[in-house]
Design a protein around this ligand. Structure first.
Ligand code: AR6
Length: 178
């Protein structure tokens, strides 16, 4: 059984096989988690991202998809880059499906690499504007539904509010499923 754990902290400090990056489709860096991963991991990650752009992803990585690179100097083996949707209340259903797809696709890429432990940030819940509790529900349900064959899926939440939101949603879901 895969353990789903919640921790408050910085995703770049996690000793896991895979750290998931909340990237954008350019794969060439940005702020938030993306900025922290490239700063902490060093130029090797960007070099591989540029190669991916030059080979398979000339037009960028589509929203909801995931792709792996080295983790450079991070205490992880790989970074899996995924592109969350920007929040827009008007097409919530469609975009929620894309957000769930980020988690599923990242887990599939991680499993394909032979990873046993994967750390996720709250994808789309920062610069992309997704309300935290809703992002947490989509994340926790997507991971549970994918039922990955891993030892641990760890959500690394930045700050007490994000951690509390994930805790709250997790207890609600456990209350419903008994
Ligand atoms: N460790 C863990 N969580 C973090 C960290 C960290 N070091 N830094 C921020 N967070 P965001 P998005 C939290 O903005 O919304 C970039 O420019 C943050 O508080 O990183 O998917 C990309 O290039 C929030 O809860 O990702 C894209 O253009 C969550 O991580 C865009 O931002 C996600 O925030 C992606 O936006």
């Amino acid at each position: 059984m895969t353990q789903i754990t919640l921790v408050q902290g910085d995703i770049t400090e996690q000793r896991v096989d895979v750290v998931v990056n909340a990237a954008n489709s350019s794969l060439l860096g940005g702020g938030g988690v993306d900025g922290a991963i490239h700063r902490g991991g060093g130029p090797e990650i960007l070099a591989e991202c540029r190669e991916l752009r030059a080979s398979h992803y000339g037009e960028g990585l589509p929203t909801g998809r995931a792709v792996a690179t080295t983790a450079g100097r991070l205490p992880a083996r790989w970074v899996v880059h995924t592109v969350g949707p920007v929040y827009r209340a008007e097409d919530h259903r469609e975009r929620a499906e894309l957000l769930a797809s980020c988690y599923r696709e990242s887990l599939r890429v991680a499993a394909g690499l032979g990873a046993r432990t994967v750390a996720f940030p709250a994808i789309s819940a920062g610069i992309f504007g997704w309300p935290l509790e809703d992002a947490a529900r989509i994340a926790l349900e997507a991971v549970a539904a994918e039922a990955p064959d891993l030892d641990e899926v760890r959500f690394v939440l930045f700050g007490a509010d994000a951690y509390a939101a994930f805790e709250r949603v997790r207890s609600e879901i456990e209350g419903l499923t008994g």
